[in-house]
Write a protein that binds this ligand. Sequence first.
Ligand SMILES: [Zn+2]
Length: 135
Amino acid sequence: MNPAAASAGSTLRLRPGDQPLPHEGGEPVQERLIGMIKERRTLGIQRYGRPLETFNGRNAVQDALDEALDLATYLTQVRMEQEARQKGVAQALSLHTADASGLCSTCRTQSPCPTRQALVAPHHLQGHAPTDGAR
Ligand SMILES: [Zn+2]
């Protein structure tokens, strides 16, 4: 964790309904974003012969609003798709739960079976992973 996050963590208070404070994760996001912005700049120069510049004859507020509406639409699509995936994962998890003898009720192998491990383990790649309450 970087020093700023560590000190922020010591002063922030969680309120009911807040998400948990972020913990150490996987890939750094801003580095990816910076690379994507550089790619967009290159694409813009290829398409329009120049990078995005001030006073370019376009209504930037309208462009931004149009893009924001598209963004909200795509984010809603992503959320809907995530919810559908989570529902499928939850259904699969319910089928791969240990019985009284400690075996997966579907695979009949020691629980957590490989299917359950695959559904639960890569949570850092899935965004919102189901919590693995039942083994
Ligand atoms: Zn199983």
